[in-house]
Design a protein around this ligand. Structure first.
Ligand code: F6P
Length: 538
């Protein structure tokens, strides 16, 4: 423990000292910096050379990873040990995407055969729908899938669909997560119930939002097709009995195990809507890309290990330099949902204040993550990124080849991501601004007021993740990169990244409030809450 404490002490001191030096100066003092801080992993390139750490700082960060036994934790994760200790479960999402013939075990129980059988079953189901062999209750081929789920039962599939959907999809997939009836109404608008499959995705099959939407979608089918409309329901759940009790035909229930965490579940039958919409081959390629990242994470030494390096860069900023917020900006419209996905992945996994033993953590944990697609965000929050009072490190994602459209526009997109990362790091000094304004003939007193406003402090770090193209393999690798990065951070902080007790209290209170909104007996609340119940009830 004292080794770990010492390693933390060294890292935090190094972080505090790093603020006194400019990132860009490190390229002069460390001539091999770019080569050393760029790694290839599963078809992705990660460049963390625009981070505030020196070679010595990185060594300290690697020392922290060793002291926290990241390698041992990684071994236990892949061995299927109950790393989710508070729920006594393994976290074995890697088994879902492993190549055929793998031999993963969850707490000693072999799982790979069952996983492979499910992959075959999903592919067969999707192929029959895509070929028009499996028809609706009205005898018509399916043209649309409405995927109903929330949280981990939504973010991953929605992102994968947006990232890979063909322009002319023969079967369109629409997603409904929010219990706000507007989302379901928009998803169903224009669809023919006689040609629509409703896929209800919920690990527990009890989630309030999902069950409310599922009931409404079932009613929508029945309104046109009568009770036989239930034949168009599909369920994906770790609670198949509840799904069948809901009325989903037994042969339309796709299971998964409790060692699949919600936010790590897109690789399981939770991805069924994508298998149908994109085709089984595309989905298999997505899995293969993630498996390649698993292999990299398992085997690459820590200094060249992309998930470990990215985790250490984020931790250096978070804990060493006191930066609680991070932006994620994919310069790819198809990846605009990545920040949403990462919000759940990172903040639900690592937004914890006590360690695996229930003791208060010694260090701050997950960063708050926000972002959206570039270049749009340049016209939203980049003013603050460049000149605000807080330094917000950024992860950029750039894709070299466009998925579609004009290659000239793609070049413009790429020029922007490169320039933003450069501008954030290099900045523009006040002296430079003054000289420019003077050269334009501006009056001295105006220069005095304007120069500080047009100065860019720079020294704002970023990580760059490069993809040659946005294909299924690279998308799989990208998501797995962040999954493992999140895991490494959890190990460093000593927390359980695989539970989420913090979402429970709000759910419980909402049930009580709902009863009151419906006219039930008023409960004990603070005056503000009581006022809201009175104001919005009735
Ligand atoms: O947000 C809390 C949570 O439990 C997530 O972890 C999960 O992804 C989501 O709700 C949905 O749960 P379910 O798949 O059981 O409907």
């Amino acid at each position: 423990m004292s080794d770990l404490n010492d390693a933390w002490g060294r890292l935090t001191r190094a972080g505090a000292a790093a603020g006194a030096r400019r990132i860009v100066s490190l390229f002069d003092t460390e001539p091999d910096r770019l080569a050393r801080l760029s790694v290839d992993a599963a078809g992705l390139e990660l460049d963390v050379s625009k981070q505030p750490w020196s070679q010595g700082d990185l060594d300290l960060a690697l020392g922290l990873a060793r002291a926290a036994d990241v390698e041992g934790a990684r071994r236990r994760l892949f061995a299927g040990e109950a790393v989710n200790a508070s729920e006594h479960r393994a976290a074995l999402h890697m088994a879902l995407r492993a190549p055929k013939g793998s031999a993963f075990r969850a707490e000693g129980v072999p799982v790979s055969q069952e996983v492979e059988a499910m992959r075959v079953r999903m592919a067969d189901f999707a192929n029959r729908i895509r070929a028009g062999d499996l028809r609706s209750a009205a005898g018509k081929p399916y043209r649309a899938v409405v995927h109903i789920g929330i949280g981990g039962s939504d973010f991953g599939p929605r992102l994968v669909w947006e990232a890979l959907r063909p322009l002319d999809a023969p079967i369109e997939v629409r997603f409904v997560a929010n219990v706000d009836p507007a989302e379901l109404a928009f998803a169903l608008a224009g669809l023919d119930p006689a040609q629509t499959l409703v896929v209800i995705v919920s690990k527990t099959f009890t989630t309030q939002e999902t069950m409310t939407n599922a009931e409404a979608a079932r009613a929508w089918l029945r309104a046109t097709l009568g009770p036989p409309g239930d034949a168009q329901l599909v369920a994906v759940s770790a609670a198949p009995d509840i799904a069948q009790a809901f009325g989903v035909p037994a042969n339309h229930v796709f299971g998964f195990r409790d060692w699949v965490g919600g936010r790590y579940s897109v690789w399981s039958s939770v991805g069924l809507s994508c298998v149908i919409g994109l085709g089984p081959q595309v989905f298999e390629r997505l899995l293969a890309g993630a498996a390649a990242m698993d292999a990299h994470f398992q085997s690459a030494p820590l200094p060249q290990n992309a998930p470990a390096l990215l985790a250490l860069a984020h931790v250096f900023n978070r804990n060493g330099m006191g930066r609680p917020v991070r932006a994620v900006v994919p310069y790819a419209q198809r990846l605009h949902l990545l920040p949403n996905f990462l919000q759940q992945l990172e903040m639900e996994s690592n937004g914890k204040r006590v360690d695996i033993h229930g003791r208060p953590v010694a260090h701050h944990t997950a960063q708050a993550v926000f972002g959206d697609a570039g270049t749009n965000v340049q016209h939203a929050f980049f003013q603050l990124m460049h000149q605000g009072t807080d330094v917000i490190p950024t992860d950029f994602i750039a894709v070299r080849e466009a998925s579609e459209g004009d290659p000239a526009a793609q070049k413009i997109l790429l020029s922007n991501v490169i320039a933003q990362a450069e501008a954030l790091m290099v900045g523009k000094s006040e002296a430079e601004v003054r000289a420019e304004l003077a050269a334009k003939g501006m009056a001295a007193d105006e220069i005095e007021t304007l120069a500080p406003q047009r100065t860019f402090p720079g020294d704002r770090p970023s990580a760059m993740i490069l993809l040659e193209r946005l294909d299924p393999e690279r998308l799989g690798a990208l998501l797995a990169l962040y999954e493992h990065k999140t895991f490494v951070e959890g190990v460093l902080w000593g927390i359980n990244s695989f539970d989420q007790w913090g979402v429970e209290l709000g759910k419980t209170l909402a049930t009580r409030v709902l009863a009151e909104l419906k006219g039930g007996k008023p409960g004990q609340h603070d005056p503000s809450t009581t006022h809201l119940i009175q104001r919005l009830g009735g």
